[in-house]
Ligand binder design. Structure first.
Ligand SMILES: CC[C@@H](C(=O)O)C(=O)SCCNC(=O)CCNC(=O)[C@H](O)C(C)(C)COP(=O)(O)OP(=O)(O)OC[C@H]1O[C@@H](n2cnc3c(N)ncnc32)[C@H](O)[C@@H]1OP(=O)(O)O
Ligand SMILES: [Co+2]
Length: 137
């Protein structure tokens, strides 16, 4: 039986920022703040750029179209902080605890996110107005 990895504890995996155009703001984070860029897959109707912030990332999200989650967010609220992603040791177990606690899930089943890991979103109505994304480590 393979050893279960030691629990590492929940950590901030990334903060997602909704932006109108990556090219407008990427130079600030990369060149002015000196944050190294890391490749992320486009996903969920968004062009995504990653910047390294210690153990976490800043995830810049530019909408590919207006009907995408980021497009709708920008139309209603303009650019700004969009979500926070926590990496958890046991994604399925955490989702089961969310269900048991009556936390409304956006993703009943995890899907693959921009970092190529399984992720799932919780509804902001259940988390005091913050869009929370959960990711496996
Ligand atoms: C998969 C890639 C992944 C990664 O790998 O990291 C990403 O991060 S991709 C990021 C984009 N994808 C998502 O955000 C997916 C999850 N989001 C959704 O399913 C929807 O955006 C939503 C959160 C369910 C909102 O849906 P929408 O159709 O826009 O509905 P409303 O505008 O009516 O909003 C309902 C309700 O929720 C509030 N809201 C909406 N967005 C946010 C937000 N980012 N943060 C906090 N609150 C948000 C909105 O204000 C409404 O509240 P009330 O007005 O009180 O009803
Ligand atoms: Co994200």
């Amino acid at each position: 039986m393979p050893e279960k990895p030691a629990a590492r504890g929940t950590r901030i995996a990334h903060v997602g920022l909704a932006v109108r155009a990556l090219d407008e703001i990427l130079p600030f984070y990369r060149d002015v703040l000196g944050m190294p860029e890391t490749p992320l897959d486009d996903a969920d109707g968004a062009r995504i750029a990653g910047l390294v912030a210690g153990e976490s990332l800043v995830e810049l999200l530019e909408p590919a179209d207006e009907s995408s989650p980021i497009g709708k967010f920008l139309a209603k609220r303009g650019p700004g902080i969009h979500h926070i992603c926590f990496a958890v040791d046991d994604l399925d177990g955490t989702l089961a605890r969310c269900r048991a606690a009556g936390i409304r899930l956006i993703d009943e089943r995890p899907r693959i996110g921009a970092e190529g890991k399984r992720i799932a979103f919780l509804h902001p109505s259940a988390t005091a107005g913050v869009l929370v994304e959960l990711s496996e480590y």
